[in-house]
Design a protein around this ligand. Structure first.
Ligand SMILES: CC(C)(COP(=O)(O)OP(=O)(O)OC[C@H]1O[C@@H](n2cnc3c(N)ncnc32)[C@H](O)[C@@H]1OP(=O)(O)O)[C@@H](O)C(=O)NCCC(=O)NCCS
Length: 199
């Protein structure tokens, strides 16, 4: 199930980026487009303290989950390839609001912003293709990332969920995550922070 054990190639990252763009489509990251998200998921997969796990059915990727022990490391990895980064963002460079948010994302440390009392480990994103929802794939992915974090000695992690993602809220609650506070990741965009304790 782990992308890493299937020798990930660029097409896996593109598939994951498309799933993100299509189904977490109200978030700011999706507005940056598939080329940027492809680079982002490659950076997540290649970072030793981050993880990208995929669920496959007959080799087809039907869902994925990603997480990290510090999202700043991922952005640092992206910044280490400035030309690829600029190229992937070329369609956004003429939009001042988008540029501001990109700078906010890349240069303002979010790890410590949420709350000093919350874990810095984070489940970043989870998506299951709508044709495969309600069949346990999301639970498989969630349990797999819990297993991964436990193996790394992590005792809890947080999940930031856009207020309007009703099915995701129901899913995280079902998986034993507890809502602990409301935040604004970007101006005007409300999210709920959940914490999942790993016993
Ligand atoms: C979040 C997601 C991965 C969950 O996968 P899933 O296959 O839908 O998960 P489940 O089938 O276990 O459904 C989760 C719960 O949502 C609830 N639910 C089902 N359909 C729903 C709907 N239309 N609206 C609101 N809640 C719904 C149910 O309570 C269900 O729990 P149950 O099985 O005990 O009844 C998937 O819905 C998804 O990819 N959503 C889009 C991307 C997203 O929002 N990701 C989270 C942001 S990080």
């Amino acid at each position: 199930m782990d992308v890493k054990s299937h020798q990930p190639n660029r097409s896996d990252y593109i598939t994951v980026a498309r799933l993100h763009c299509d189904y977490i489509n109200q978030g700011f990251l999706a507005s940056l487009g598939v080329p940027f998200l492809t680079l982002l998921y490659e950076a997540i997969d290649k970072d030793s303290e981050s993880v990208l796990l995929v669920e496959r059915m007959d080799l087809k990727i039907v869902g994925f989950v990603s997480g990290t022990q510090g999202s700043w490391r991922i952005y640092k990895q992206l910044l280490s390839k400035p030309l690829r980064l600029i190229y992937s963002l070329k369609s956004c460079l003429l939009s001042p609001p988008k540029l501001y948010k990109i700078i906010e994302l890349l240069f303002m440390r979010r790890d410590s912003n949420i709350s000093p009392n919350l874990p810095r480990q984070e489940l970043l994103s989870i998506v299951v293709d709508p044709a495969y929802r309600g069949r346990g794939h999301a639970a498989n992915l969630f349990n797999a990332i819990c297993y991964h974090f436990r193996k790394e000695g992590v005792t809890s992690f947080n999940i930031i969920v856009g207020s309007n993602l009703h099915r995701a809220h129901a899913f995280y609650t079902k998986m034993g995550s507890i809502p602990v506070k409301e935040i604004q990741v970007h101006k005007g965009a409300c999210s709920v922070v959940y914490v999942k304790e790993l016993s």
